[in-house]
Design a protein around this ligand. Structure first.
Ligand SMILES: [Zn+2]
Ligand SMILES: [Zn+2]
Length: 187
């Protein structure tokens, strides 16, 4: 698995630490996880003043020298959205939007961003499959997991309310059902 993280220059400081944590957790699941982190100034140039509609990110042509997943981590300075944190995904591509959070909230904020990255990554890899047991169709007709899992829909609620569940303290971020799908997908 190759993951390419693309950041705008205004992304909050703690983001790199969260990326390292995400990679550490993915390496507990998958045999090979490669990644790169880059800052893309052109994101700002392209969309300065107007704000960047998320749909444009999905339309953008990306020069990819290899197959993989691109995760855009964008600050709300660049992305236009009224929510402090948001996540969206299509196959092989995710967008995480985030605003600056006061220092004392860092633990909660970083836990939410961590969970959101794994959540959107799960979607972009095909979770949750149609007709799967223990799943629910909710917001934007997206299917979510009802187990104690980062693919759960309660994440959306938590993100808007900034109520982290600190799932990084669990043995596995994904439940067994989601995990077995991801493992099959990756072989
Ligand atoms: Zn979702
Ligand atoms: Zn699950």
């Amino acid at each position: 698995m190759y993951i390419r993280f693309v950041l705008d220059p205004f992304v909050p400081h703690g983001t790199n630490k969260i990326i390292r944590r995400v990679i550490k957790d993915l390496r507990n699941i998958f045999e090979e996880v490669l990644y790169s982190v880059e800052t893309d100034e052109s994101i700002v140039d392209l969309y300065q003043n107007k704000g960047l509609p998320v749909s444009k990110i999905f339309q953008r042509k990306i020069s990819m020298s290899c197959r993989g997943i691109v995760i855009y981590l964008l600050s709300t300075k660049v992305i236009w959205h009224r929510e402090p944190i948001l996540g969206l995904s299509i196959p092989s591509r995710c967008v995480i939007g985030m605003s600056h959070i006061p220092k004392h909230d860092y633990k909660e904020w970083s836990s939410l961003i961590w969970e959101l990255i794994l959540h959107e990554l799960g979607h972009s890899l095909g979770l949750i499959q149609k007709n799967r047991k223990n799943s629910i169709v909710g917001y934007l007709s997206t299917r979510h997991c009802i187990n104690n899992c980062v693919m759960s829909e309660d994440l959306l609620d938590s993100v808007w309310k900034k109520k982290a569940k600190y799932r990084y303290l669990q043995a596995s971020p994904y439940c067994e059902m989601c995990l077995s799908y991801l493992l099959k997908k990756n072989t």
